[in-house]
Design a protein around this ligand. Structure first.
Ligand SMILES: NC(=O)c1ccc[n+]([C@@H]2O[C@H](COP(=O)([O-])OP(=O)(O)OC[C@H]3O[C@@H](n4cnc5c(N)ncnc54)[C@H](OP(=O)(O)O)[C@@H]3O)[C@@H](O)[C@H]2O)c1
Length: 262
């Protein structure tokens, strides 16, 4: 499948889990990918995995904390200088924590809002401007390149999870932010959608899934009776980012194995 041939893509939180699998799939489908995260060793491992399967390197890494505006600006400058173009942005970086509302420190609330929501705003604003400018430089013709943004939200943005009120609130906000951005960017021909994963096996859920009872509860409550794999989420992100979803914007794709219907 070559649906991202000649495309430049940025994936935040690409050093593990869903972001890693998304970066791998975008590269396999023809994109040159920029892997973003805070830990260089994690990004290097994923970049090596990708680059080892191509004759020429197609994956680059850029260390940035996406909650910090100056670092996102630096990311923008790097992409501008190295590629001068941008087609696909996947805002995937995210974090969670466990607490009740009554026990939560304000600093913990802010950490989760910053990582899951402010980051999506900052990266969409700064790199979104670049996607718009790249699109405007193209000839006005019917074959304009596919350009789109995919934000990774969560099942918890649809139904608040137990003891994750900060996480659930931030992800509900990502779903609505996505709709606002879709309206703002539609006149430029840029589509914006979110993907909401249910439970997938990644470093984020590793601790919880070590608890057999937690895993059994997930199986019981999921119509497909199992936890998901990061590549099963990544394939929906890749679809939403691609021209195969050319008439889809401002929507959320729920990939929860049937949790909400049970
Ligand atoms: N796994 C699930 O069941 C599940 C369910 C619903 C939604 N999601 C969402 O899916 C997305 C990916 O999560 P995952 O499950 O793949 O977990 P993960 O493996 O922990 O991935 C999250 C990535 O985000 C990066 N990151 C965190 N804070 C960052 C920051 N401030 N700046 C830049 N990068 C940052 C982390 O790398 P560094 O720490 O090195 O920066 C990490 O590689 C998240 O948005 C998560 O909320 C996951």
């Amino acid at each position: 499948m070559n649906r991202f041939i000649d495309s430049i893509a940025v994936v935040t939180g690409a050093g593990s889990g869903i972001g890693e699998q998304t970066a791998i799939q975008l590269a396999e489908q023809g994109a040159r990918v920029v892997l973003v995260g805070r830990t260089p060793s994690k990004l290097e491992r994923v970049a090596d995995t990708i680059n080892n399967s191509f004759p020429e390197p197609v994956a680059d890494i850029f260390q940035a904390d996406v909650t910090k505006e100056e670092e996102v600006q630096e990311l923008g400058k790097f992409i501008q200088q190295k590629y001068g173009d941008l087609h696909v942005l996947v805002n995937n970086a995210g974090a969670s924590g466990k607490s009740t509302i009554l026990e939560m420190e304000a600093s913990e609330w802010e950490r989760i809002q910053d990582t899951n929501l402010k980051s999506v705003f900052l990266v969409s604003k700064i790199l979104g401007k670049m996607i718009i400018e790249s699109s405007e430089k193209e000839e006005q013709n019917e074959n304009k390149a596919n350009r789109s943004i995919v934000n990774v939200a969560s099942l918890s943005g649809h139904k608040a999870g137990a003891k994750i009120p900060h996480y659930s609130s931030s992800k509900a906000a990502v779903i609505n932010f996505t709709k606002a951005l879709a309206v703002e960017f539609a006149p430029y021909g840029i589509r914006v959608n979110s993907v909401s994963p249910g439970f997938a096996e990644t470093p984020l859920t590793e601790e919880g899934l070590k608890n057999k009872r937690f895993e059994e509860a997930i199986q019981r409550n999921t119509a497909l009776n199992r936890v998901g794999k990061p590549e099963e989420i990544a394939s929906v992100i890749s679809f939403a980012a691609s021209s195969e979803a050319s008439y889809m914007t401002g929507t959320d794709l729920l990939v929860d194995g049937g949790w909400l219907v049970t």
